[in-house]
Design a protein around this ligand. Structure first.
Ligand SMILES: *Cc1c(COP(=O)(O)O)cnc(C)c1O
Length: 343
């Protein structure tokens, strides 16, 4: 029995078409900026989001960390959500790589609000305080269960950043899931940010890779820092080809993942052992159990039925839909959930 794996949208395997694109990609040495396929991916994404340049990296952690390094200097401070990936899941990289502290904000489902920024900003004339140097937001917000930012809120955050000469970074690991919901063309969406990190290896289904985009000068600095950190790759066009293929073939189908996530939410919501689900907006379903202590039993019981989901905090489960999950997988999962009882 093939497991239906909802643990993450990173578990996708390359499709036949993607593998063919990878095999046929023209290659060169990307540390010399001579890999035509990497160059094509970088210029394509920069152009899509209306930026000057882009940099292909091995992971979203690397693109986020290079962005933070590029925008800050030691002793600075980054404003971000308390549950943001850049703070919570990057191994303390803000401190370790950029020597900066963080000002952590609470906010609805992983999103900050513009009105919180005035209090979070340190007075640059007060020598006691670290200099606020960057605002970083996440869209969609993973810990918020794939919540999407309201475009008006992003515009207000941008206005605040402009008024205080602060750069704004987007952790856009799942930015295409956000764009599928807010219907904003990437070119318009890109205007809000100084830099954007985009993962090709999440719902888009590439095996490896993230892209950082920004100004030419910012990307040149990131290119240098990527090399320093050992992240310069040679014939990386094989991987970039997977990313280009994903952008061409797997963006529109994200809507399907969102419908699948809704179906899963509806089913989970009806179960007596589920307290509630975070309202699904994209491809992530976060379910809260009535009996928090039953979490690991639920995970193990579902795993025995070939359905894999992940612990997402005390009493919480996360299911993520992606291109490895078909409509019949969803039907099968719904059936398995309906016939399971934990009370
Ligand atoms: C997955 C993810 C990243 C990057 O993760 P990598 O595994 O390093 O590619 C960054 N931000 C968010 C919100 C993510 O979900």
């Amino acid at each position: 029995m093939k497991a239906i794996d909802f643990r993450s949208d990173t578990v996708t395997l390359p499709t036949e078409g993607m593998k063919e694109a990878m095999l046929n990609a023209p290659l060169g040495d990307d540390v010399f900026s001579e890999d035509p396929t990497v160059n094509r991916l970088e210029s394509h994404l920069a152009e899509c989001f209306g930026k000057e340049a882009a940099l292909f990296c091995a992971s979203g952690t690397l693109t986020n960390q290079l962005a933070i390094m590029g925008h800050t200097s030691p002793g600075g401070e980054v404003i971000c959500h308390v549950e943001s990936h850049v703070y919570k899941y990057e191994g303390g990289g803000i401190g370790r790589n950029s020597h900066c502290s963080v000002k952590l904000l609470n906010g609805n489902r992983g999103r900050i609000e513009a009105h919180q920024l005035a209090d979070a900003l340190n007075n640059p004339l007060d020598v006691h305080l670290p200099m606020t140097q960057l605002v970083s937001i996440e869209d969609t917000a993973n810990r918020g269960g794939g919540a999407v930012y309201d475009l008006n809120e992003i515009a207000k955050i941008r206005t605040f950043c402009d008024a205080h000469k602060l750069p704004l970074h987007l952790d856009g690991a799942r930015v295409y899931n956000a764009l599928a919901v807010n219907k904003c063309p990437p070119l318009n969406y890109g205007k809000y940010y100084d830099s954007i990190s985009i993962c090709l290896s999440k719902g888009l289904g590439a095996p490896v890779g993230s892209v950082l985009i920004g100004t030419k000068e910012f990307i040149q600095k990131a290119r240098r820092n990527r090399k320093v950190m050992g992240g310069g790759m040679r014939q990386a066009g094989m991987l970039a080809a997977a990313g280009l293929y994903a952008l061409e073939n797997h963006v529109e189908r994200l809507q399907e993942d969102h419908l699948h996530a809704r179906a899963l939410e509806t089913c989970l919501h009806e179960q007596p052992w589920i307290d509630y689900c975070l309202p699904v907006e994209t491809n992530i379903v976060v379910a809260v159990l009535k009996e928090p202590n039953s979490r690991d039993t639920v995970i193990a019981t579902l795993a025995n039925k070939g359905i894999r989901c992940m612990a997402f905090g005390p009493g919480m489960l996360r299911f993520v839909t992606h291109l490895g999950i078909s409509s019949s997988d969803i039907d099968q999962t719904v059936e398995a959930i309906k016939t399971s009882t934990f009370m």
